[in-house]
Design a protein around this ligand. Structure first.
Ligand SMILES: NC(=O)c1ccc[n+]([C@@H]2O[C@H](COP(=O)([O-])OP(=O)(O)OC[C@H]3O[C@@H](n4cnc5c(N)ncnc54)[C@H](O)[C@@H]3O)[C@@H](O)[C@H]2O)c1
Length: 310
């Protein structure tokens, strides 16, 4: 087992993707701190790991505050003696278009995803540095953070911010031998179950049937279990040289996301004045404008499901 003797924290791991990460880390030999906001959910997650012969303990606390971050690291150390791996996965959605998004919708999503990632990683990295542990930080992003998505101002800000922080931490933690990477998952969970486009895949999964190849292969959309192997791999010694990356995974598909790079570089003596831009922008940059949002191919006819009635 690749993670024998290691100790991991997975935030928001009572169900969904987080539970699949916790289960796979435990299957590879790590003891796991399972965290969620609800005791029944967290305890159920722990029970599945113990039933499979793994070691786990529940910490019921909302991720976001420094207090919770300290509680999580303390639970790892007190119960299992150390901390090697942190997966920041806890998340909520409050989707709506910009002009309807309240301050509360924005702050809640930023607090759980962005601040929660910051506070937990700061606590874990501090512990790892002080104890000379070549740890693993794995933060969960989203295609929305990479490309934007209609109705997700708050979530796009948080998820893009997480990838920005990961790149910064890869630089700051390199000397300590700690890696920091972002995983960009796609999977059938409570979060995606209501998206009509994925209905046929979610339906197959709920029935215990394999998901249609169109979803698994073409869209990279599968089960939570399909994502978990990458998290365990990044946590292992085999991935010691992988840091600062954003890696997409879902269904049968694995992708490496590019870091933003300038697409066009152009110079103008004495700078780019308004007049210079008016004259040259259309020819220099106009033909290279970048697309936004995820582009999904049309669903094959047999996978179209009726829209749910309101
Ligand atoms: N499902 C997907 O396709 C997909 C795609 C991209 C990114 N993600 C990300 O993956 C992560 C997991 O999503 P999921 O699809 O499994 O969703 P989910 O809703 O099934 O699971 C999220 C878990 O986080 C918990 N949680 C919420 N707020 C919390 C808090 N403050 N502290 C601790 N736990 C909290 C929830 O109770 C839940 O158990 C999220 O960060 C999400 O943004 C999911």
């Amino acid at each position: 087992m690749s993670l024998e003797g290691k100790v991991a924290i997975v935030t928001g791991s009572g169900r969904g993707l987080g539970l699949a990460y916790a289960q796979e880390l435990a299957r590879q030999g790590a003891a796991v701190v399972v965290n969620d906001v609800d005791a029944a959910t967290a305890d159920a997650g722990v029970a599945t790991i113990e039933a499979a012969g793994g070691k786990a303990v529940a910490v019921v606390a909302p991720v976001g505050s420094t207090e919770t971050a300290k509680k999580l690291v303390a639970a790892a150390v007190e119960n299992f003696g150390r901390l090697d791996i942190l997966v920041t996965n806890a998340g909520v959605l409050r989707d709506t278009v910009l002009w309807k998004m309240s301050d509360e919708d924005f702050d809640l999503v930023i607090n759980v995803h962005l601040r929660g990632t910051f506070t937990c990683v700061r606590e874990a990295a501090t512990y790892m540095r002080e104890n000379s542990i070549a740890g693993r930080i794995i933060c969960i992003g989203s295609p929305t953070g990479q490309r934007g998505n209609f109705g997700q101002t708050n979530y796009a800000a948080a998820k893009a911010g997480i990838v920005g922080m990961v790149r910064t931490w890869a630089l700051e933690l390199k000397k300590a031998g700690i890696t920091a990477n972002a995983v960009i998952p796609v999977a059938a969970t409570a979060m995606t179950a209501t998206v009509p486009y994925f209905a046929a895949a979610v339906e197959a999964d709920a029935a215990g049937d394999p998901m249609p190849a169109f979803f698994r292969h073409d869209l990279g959309f599968g089960t939570s279990g399909d994502v978990a192997g990458l998290v365990a791999y990044l946590a292992s010694d085999a991935a010691a040289g992988v840091t600062g990356q954003a890696i997409g995974i879902g269904g049968d598909r694995l992708q490496l996301w590019a870091h933003p790079e300038p697409v066009v570089t152009a110079y103008h003596d004495e700078g780019w004045s308004y007049e210079a831009l008016e004259a040259d922008f259309p020819t220099v940059i106009g033909g290279e404008l970048q697309p936004v949002g995820e582009k999904f191919p049309p669903l094959p006819e047999e996978l179209v499901r009726p829209a749910p009635s309101a």
